[in-house]
Design a protein around this ligand. Structure first.
Ligand SMILES: NC(=O)C1=CN([C@@H]2O[C@H](COP(=O)(O)OP(=O)(O)OC[C@H]3O[C@@H](n4cnc5c(N)ncnc54)[C@H](O)[C@@H]3O)[C@@H](O)[C@H]2O)C=CC1
Ligand SMILES: O=C(O)C1=N[C@H](C(=O)O)C[C@H](O)C1
Length: 233
Protein backbone atom coordinates (compact mmCIF):
# COMPACT_ATOMS: atom_id res chain seq x y z
CA UNK A 1 0.00 0.00 0.00
CA UNK A 2 1.23 3.53 -0.80
CA UNK A 3 1.10 5.76 2.29
CA UNK A 4 1.58 9.53 2.62
CA UNK A 5 2.64 10.81 6.04
CA UNK A 6 1.11 14.21 6.74
CA UNK A 7 3.07 15.59 9.70
CA UNK A 8 6.55 14.18 10.17
CA UNK A 9 7.36 14.76 13.83
CA UNK A 10 7.71 12.25 16.67
CA UNK A 11 4.74 10.12 15.54
CA UNK A 12 5.33 10.47 11.79
CA UNK A 13 8.84 9.03 12.15
CA UNK A 14 7.74 6.01 14.22
CA UNK A 15 4.87 5.31 11.78
CA UNK A 16 7.34 5.50 8.86
CA UNK A 17 9.44 2.65 10.34
CA UNK A 18 6.48 0.46 11.32
CA UNK A 19 4.66 0.93 7.99
CA UNK A 20 7.80 -0.08 6.05
CA UNK A 21 8.32 -3.11 8.33
CA UNK A 22 4.79 -4.22 7.29
CA UNK A 23 5.69 -3.94 3.58
CA UNK A 24 4.15 -0.54 2.79
CA UNK A 25 5.74 2.17 0.65
CA UNK A 26 5.99 5.72 2.00
CA UNK A 27 5.40 7.93 -1.05
CA UNK A 28 5.44 11.31 0.74
CA UNK A 29 6.66 12.73 4.06
CA UNK A 30 4.95 16.09 4.30
CA UNK A 31 5.91 18.78 6.81
CA UNK A 32 4.39 22.19 7.59
CA UNK A 33 5.99 23.97 4.62
CA UNK A 34 5.67 21.17 2.04
CA UNK A 35 3.12 20.78 -0.77
CA UNK A 36 0.09 18.97 0.64
CA UNK A 37 -1.02 17.94 -2.88
CA UNK A 38 1.62 15.19 -2.69
CA UNK A 39 -0.99 13.13 -0.79
CA UNK A 40 -2.60 12.40 -4.17
CA UNK A 41 0.20 9.88 -4.88
CA UNK A 42 -0.97 7.70 -1.95
CA UNK A 43 -3.71 5.12 -1.37
CA UNK A 44 -4.12 6.47 2.17
CA UNK A 45 -2.84 9.38 4.29
CA UNK A 46 -1.75 9.06 7.92
CA UNK A 47 -2.07 12.48 9.57
CA UNK A 48 -0.28 13.33 12.86
CA UNK A 49 0.36 17.08 12.88
CA UNK A 50 -0.74 19.91 15.19
CA UNK A 51 -4.11 21.22 16.41
CA UNK A 52 -3.76 24.39 14.29
CA UNK A 53 -3.10 22.42 11.06
CA UNK A 54 -5.27 19.35 11.33
CA UNK A 55 -8.55 20.77 9.97
CA UNK A 56 -7.04 22.18 6.81
CA UNK A 57 -5.07 18.95 6.34
CA UNK A 58 -8.14 16.70 6.70
CA UNK A 59 -10.39 18.87 4.55
CA UNK A 60 -7.77 19.04 1.78
CA UNK A 61 -7.40 15.24 1.77
CA UNK A 62 -11.19 14.82 1.63
CA UNK A 63 -11.39 17.24 -1.33
CA UNK A 64 -8.61 15.30 -3.08
CA UNK A 65 -10.48 12.04 -2.39
CA UNK A 66 -7.69 10.37 -0.42
CA UNK A 67 -8.78 8.35 2.67
CA UNK A 68 -7.31 9.57 5.96
CA UNK A 69 -6.24 8.07 9.25
CA UNK A 70 -5.99 10.99 11.69
CA UNK A 71 -4.39 10.85 15.13
CA UNK A 72 -3.97 14.56 15.80
CA UNK A 73 -5.84 15.61 18.95
CA UNK A 74 -7.32 18.93 20.05
CA UNK A 75 -10.11 19.42 17.46
CA UNK A 76 -13.08 17.57 19.03
CA UNK A 77 -15.50 20.47 18.47
CA UNK A 78 -15.07 20.18 14.69
CA UNK A 79 -15.68 16.43 14.38
CA UNK A 80 -19.31 16.76 13.25
CA UNK A 81 -18.45 19.30 10.49
CA UNK A 82 -15.63 17.07 9.28
CA UNK A 83 -17.91 14.00 9.35
CA UNK A 84 -20.43 15.83 7.17
CA UNK A 85 -17.66 16.69 4.67
CA UNK A 86 -16.46 13.04 4.59
CA UNK A 87 -20.00 11.76 3.87
CA UNK A 88 -20.65 14.46 1.27
CA UNK A 89 -17.49 13.58 -0.69
CA UNK A 90 -17.88 9.80 -0.12
CA UNK A 91 -14.42 9.62 1.42
CA UNK A 92 -13.07 7.55 4.36
CA UNK A 93 -11.76 8.71 7.74
CA UNK A 94 -10.57 6.90 10.85
CA UNK A 95 -10.12 9.27 13.79
CA UNK A 96 -9.04 8.05 17.21
CA UNK A 97 -7.72 10.02 20.16
CA UNK A 98 -5.54 6.97 20.78
CA UNK A 99 -4.66 4.21 18.28
CA UNK A 100 -3.05 1.73 20.68
CA UNK A 101 -4.74 -1.61 21.32
CA UNK A 102 -4.09 -1.25 25.06
CA UNK A 103 -5.81 2.13 25.37
CA UNK A 104 -8.78 0.94 23.29
CA UNK A 105 -9.21 -1.98 25.70
CA UNK A 106 -8.80 0.53 28.55
CA UNK A 107 -11.62 2.65 27.03
CA UNK A 108 -13.95 -0.38 27.28
CA UNK A 109 -12.79 -1.20 30.83
CA UNK A 110 -13.37 2.44 31.84
CA UNK A 111 -16.98 2.35 30.56
CA UNK A 112 -17.65 -0.96 32.28
CA UNK A 113 -16.23 0.31 35.61
CA UNK A 114 -18.25 3.54 35.28
CA UNK A 115 -21.46 1.50 34.82
CA UNK A 116 -20.62 -0.47 37.97
CA UNK A 117 -19.86 2.66 40.01
CA UNK A 118 -22.90 4.71 39.01
CA UNK A 119 -25.07 3.51 41.90
CA UNK A 120 -22.42 4.14 44.58
CA UNK A 121 -22.39 7.88 45.20
CA UNK A 122 -19.94 7.58 48.11
CA UNK A 123 -17.20 7.45 45.43
CA UNK A 124 -15.90 10.65 43.75
CA UNK A 125 -14.35 10.05 40.33
CA UNK A 126 -11.27 11.94 39.12
CA UNK A 127 -8.70 11.59 36.34
CA UNK A 128 -5.02 12.34 35.88
CA UNK A 129 -3.11 12.34 32.59
CA UNK A 130 0.67 12.75 32.24
CA UNK A 131 2.49 13.55 28.98
CA UNK A 132 5.83 14.92 27.71
CA UNK A 133 6.46 18.64 27.93
CA UNK A 134 6.11 19.30 24.15
CA UNK A 135 2.43 18.36 24.13
CA UNK A 136 0.33 21.28 22.82
CA UNK A 137 -3.17 20.30 24.05
CA UNK A 138 -4.57 19.68 27.54
CA UNK A 139 -6.30 17.60 28.60
CA UNK A 140 -5.15 14.90 26.18
CA UNK A 141 -7.54 13.58 23.54
CA UNK A 142 -7.42 10.21 25.32
CA UNK A 143 -8.47 11.86 28.60
CA UNK A 144 -11.45 13.48 26.85
CA UNK A 145 -12.53 10.11 25.37
CA UNK A 146 -12.22 8.53 28.84
CA UNK A 147 -14.25 11.41 30.33
CA UNK A 148 -16.97 10.92 27.69
CA UNK A 149 -17.06 7.21 28.63
CA UNK A 150 -17.65 8.15 32.27
CA UNK A 151 -20.22 10.88 31.51
CA UNK A 152 -22.33 8.60 29.30
CA UNK A 153 -22.41 5.82 31.93
CA UNK A 154 -22.80 7.71 35.26
CA UNK A 155 -24.55 10.80 36.62
CA UNK A 156 -21.39 12.86 36.07
CA UNK A 157 -22.46 15.74 33.80
CA UNK A 158 -19.20 17.31 32.63
CA UNK A 159 -15.42 17.33 33.01
CA UNK A 160 -13.28 20.26 34.10
CA UNK A 161 -9.56 20.75 33.68
CA UNK A 162 -7.78 21.38 36.97
CA UNK A 163 -10.91 21.70 39.11
CA UNK A 164 -11.43 20.45 42.68
CA UNK A 165 -13.65 17.39 43.26
CA UNK A 166 -17.36 18.40 43.26
CA UNK A 167 -20.69 16.68 42.65
CA UNK A 168 -21.46 15.68 39.05
CA UNK A 169 -18.12 17.06 37.79
CA UNK A 170 -15.14 14.99 36.72
CA UNK A 171 -11.92 16.87 37.52
CA UNK A 172 -9.02 16.19 35.15
CA UNK A 173 -5.45 16.97 36.16
CA UNK A 174 -3.00 17.32 33.23
CA UNK A 175 0.67 17.01 34.19
CA UNK A 176 3.63 17.60 31.83
CA UNK A 177 6.90 15.76 32.58
CA UNK A 178 10.01 15.12 30.52
CA UNK A 179 9.71 12.21 28.03
CA UNK A 180 6.45 10.66 29.33
CA UNK A 181 4.77 8.92 26.35
CA UNK A 182 1.25 8.93 27.82
CA UNK A 183 -0.21 7.85 31.19
CA UNK A 184 -3.91 7.93 32.11
CA UNK A 185 -5.28 7.20 35.59
CA UNK A 186 -8.92 7.03 36.75
CA UNK A 187 -9.59 7.14 40.50
CA UNK A 188 -12.78 6.46 42.41
CA UNK A 189 -12.22 7.71 45.98
CA UNK A 190 -14.38 7.12 49.03
CA UNK A 191 -13.63 7.94 52.66
CA UNK A 192 -12.43 4.37 53.22
CA UNK A 193 -10.70 3.32 50.00
CA UNK A 194 -9.70 3.98 46.40
CA UNK A 195 -10.33 2.05 43.18
CA UNK A 196 -7.81 2.94 40.46
CA UNK A 197 -7.33 1.91 36.83
CA UNK A 198 -4.23 3.04 34.93
CA UNK A 199 -2.76 2.75 31.44
CA UNK A 200 0.92 3.53 30.82
CA UNK A 201 2.39 3.73 27.31
CA UNK A 202 6.06 2.64 27.38
CA UNK A 203 6.77 3.88 23.82
CA UNK A 204 5.01 5.39 20.78
CA UNK A 205 5.10 2.02 18.96
CA UNK A 206 1.59 1.02 20.09
CA UNK A 207 0.05 4.26 18.75
CA UNK A 208 1.96 3.93 15.47
CA UNK A 209 1.14 0.25 14.88
CA UNK A 210 -2.54 0.98 15.53
CA UNK A 211 -2.51 3.81 12.98
CA UNK A 212 -0.94 1.58 10.31
CA UNK A 213 -3.46 -1.22 11.03
CA UNK A 214 -6.25 1.39 10.73
CA UNK A 215 -4.86 2.50 7.34
CA UNK A 216 -4.81 -1.12 6.08
CA UNK A 217 -8.42 -1.58 7.31
CA UNK A 218 -9.70 1.71 5.82
CA UNK A 219 -8.51 1.07 2.23
CA UNK A 220 -11.84 -0.12 0.76
CA UNK A 221 -14.24 1.72 3.08
CA UNK A 222 -16.20 4.98 2.95
CA UNK A 223 -17.50 6.86 6.01
CA UNK A 224 -16.27 7.95 9.43
CA UNK A 225 -14.86 5.33 11.77
CA UNK A 226 -12.93 5.03 14.99
CA UNK A 227 -10.49 2.48 16.37
CA UNK A 228 -13.36 0.60 18.02
CA UNK A 229 -14.61 -0.23 14.49
CA UNK A 230 -11.13 -1.23 13.32
CA UNK A 231 -10.57 -3.56 16.28
CA UNK A 232 -14.15 -4.90 16.33
CA UNK A 233 -14.54 -4.13 20.07
N1 LIG B 1 -4.14 9.32 18.33
C1 LIG B 1 -3.02 8.82 18.83
O1 LIG B 1 -2.87 7.61 19.05
C2 LIG B 1 -1.89 9.75 19.12
C3 LIG B 1 -2.06 11.09 18.86
N2 LIG B 1 -1.01 11.94 19.01
C4 LIG B 1 -1.28 13.29 18.58
O2 LIG B 1 -0.66 13.45 17.30
C5 LIG B 1 -0.23 14.79 17.12
C6 LIG B 1 1.24 14.79 16.73
O3 LIG B 1 2.01 14.28 17.77
P1 LIG B 1 3.61 14.27 17.66
O4 LIG B 1 4.06 13.57 16.43
O5 LIG B 1 4.07 13.79 18.99
O6 LIG B 1 3.90 15.83 17.53
P2 LIG B 1 5.19 16.54 16.87
O7 LIG B 1 5.12 17.96 17.31
O8 LIG B 1 6.41 15.77 17.18
O9 LIG B 1 4.90 16.44 15.30
C7 LIG B 1 3.96 17.19 14.61
C8 LIG B 1 4.56 17.57 13.29
O10 LIG B 1 3.55 18.11 12.45
C9 LIG B 1 4.17 19.15 11.70
N3 LIG B 1 3.17 20.04 11.12
C10 LIG B 1 2.59 21.14 11.65
N4 LIG B 1 1.74 21.69 10.77
C11 LIG B 1 1.75 20.91 9.67
C12 LIG B 1 1.10 20.96 8.42
N5 LIG B 1 0.23 21.95 8.11
N6 LIG B 1 1.33 19.98 7.53
C13 LIG B 1 2.20 18.99 7.82
N7 LIG B 1 2.88 18.91 8.97
C14 LIG B 1 2.66 19.85 9.89
C15 LIG B 1 5.08 19.83 12.70
O11 LIG B 1 6.05 20.62 12.05
C16 LIG B 1 5.67 18.62 13.42
O12 LIG B 1 6.82 18.14 12.75
C17 LIG B 1 -0.58 15.51 18.43
O13 LIG B 1 -1.83 16.15 18.28
C18 LIG B 1 -0.70 14.38 19.45
O14 LIG B 1 -1.57 14.70 20.50
C19 LIG B 1 0.20 11.52 19.44
C20 LIG B 1 0.42 10.22 19.74
C21 LIG B 1 -0.62 9.22 19.61
O1 LIG C 1 0.66 13.98 22.33
C1 LIG C 1 0.90 12.80 22.63
O2 LIG C 1 2.05 12.37 22.79
C2 LIG C 1 -0.23 11.87 22.76
N1 LIG C 1 -1.41 12.30 22.39
C3 LIG C 1 -2.61 11.56 22.38
C4 LIG C 1 -3.64 12.20 23.27
O3 LIG C 1 -3.75 13.45 23.28
O4 LIG C 1 -4.37 11.50 23.96
C5 LIG C 1 -2.41 10.08 22.60
C6 LIG C 1 -1.27 9.72 23.51
O5 LIG C 1 -1.67 9.86 24.84
C7 LIG C 1 0.00 10.48 23.21
Amino acid sequence: MKIALLGYGKMGKVIDAIAQSRGHEIVARIGRNDDINQVSKAHVVIEFSTPDSVLNNINTCIDLGVPIVCGTTGWNDELSNVSYHVQEKKCGLVYASNFSLGVNLFFELNKKLARMMQKFDQYQVSMQEIHHTQKLDAPSGTAITLAEGIISNTNVQSWELGSEPQDHILPIEALREEDVKGTHIINYDSEVDQIQIKHTAHSRNGFALGAVIAAEWLMDKKGVFTMKDVLGL
